[in-house]
Design a binder for this molecule. Structure first.
Ligand SMILES: [Mg+2]
Length: 273
């Protein structure tokens, strides 16, 4: 059988068609990590070099991810990024004056109370939902809980629904990603996290200048950011989700994953001269 060639809708333009004058005014880049900066789980040297070149050119790059604080820590320490916003907007990690700083969107008291509630709900899920297990990256999570449904175990749909219902009944927000069921307290999001850290790190108002920021992503969970930023770019592997996407980015790179991000960086740097 010949696989159908996946094509984006006609309003999604190739990245190399983005107007160079528009790129000349870009103030910064927000980017997803998994399968956008990474290829098979690692950030390739070429991507690190592209990030260093962007830093050198005065273009801040902030990574925004649903991954845990603990998972994000070595990335914040070793990769030339202005910051990593983790746990869907709840935590930020960045190097300041040579030292790693970890800051939270919620004040300490709220976070302490929520931490105890998270642990109690997690224990209740493991007790009441047959087959439910915590995601393997749970040790690094501080503001949410994650139940594995497709990463290392397979949880049947009724059990997934039971977990979501239990989280909701405990007053949590809950979402189901391609691998985990996440539950958390608070109304933060990738966008509120980006907003907060642009103010904190750069002293600037992301909302006021959002048309001059690029957002790069690869998946269905990047759609709200694609919608928000007019200069949104999908790396080519976004086409793997063509059938599930309802919101597309404005542009698509020719290459996938890390190579796609390098394409974004190179064109931006060329346009800025
Ligand atoms: Mg991703």
């Amino acid at each position: 059988m010949i696989a159908a060639v996946k094509t984006p809708p006609p309003h999604v333009l190739p990245w190399d068609r983005c107007d160079a004058r528009r790129l000349g005014g870009v103030r910064g880049i927000l980017t997803d990590i998994d399968d956008t900066l990474t290829t098979e789980g690692d950030i390739p040297m070429g991507v690190v070099a592209a990030l260093a070149a962007l830093r050198e050119a005065g273009v801040p790059v902030i990574a925004v991810t649903g991954r845990p604080m603990g998972w994000s820590r070595p990335i914040a320490e070793q990769v030339p990024l202005a910051a990593v916003v983790a746990e869907n907007g709840a935590v930020a990690l960045f190097v300041e004056d040579g030292a790693l700083r970890i800051e939270y969107a919620q004040v300490d008291d709220v976070r302490r109370v929520n931490g105890a509630r998270l642990a109690a709900v997690a224990a209740r899920i493991l007790r009441e939902v047959p087959g439910a297990t915590l995601a393997r990256d749970s040790a690094g999570r501080v503001t949410d809980i994650a139940i594995d449904h497709a990463e290392f175990v397979h949880l049947p749909t009724p059990a997934i629904e039971q977990v979501v219902a239990l989280m909701t009944s405990e007053g949590m927000n809950a979402t189901v990603s391609s691998i985990h069921i996440n539950g958390w307290y608070g109304d933060h999001s990738k966008l509120t996290g980006a907003d907060w850290i642009v103010r904190r790190r750069l002293g600037r108002d992301l909302e006021a200048e959002h048309a001059a920021w690029i957002y790069v992503g690869d998946s269905t969970n990047d759609q709200s950011m694609f919608e928000h930023f007019p200069l949104s770019v999908g790396v080519a592997n976004l086409l793997d989700f063509a059938e599930q996407l309802t919101s597309w980015p404005a542009y698509l790179t020719r290459h996938d994953r890390g190579r796609g991000f390098i394409e974004v960086a190179e064109r931006l740097l060329a346009a800025r001269g």
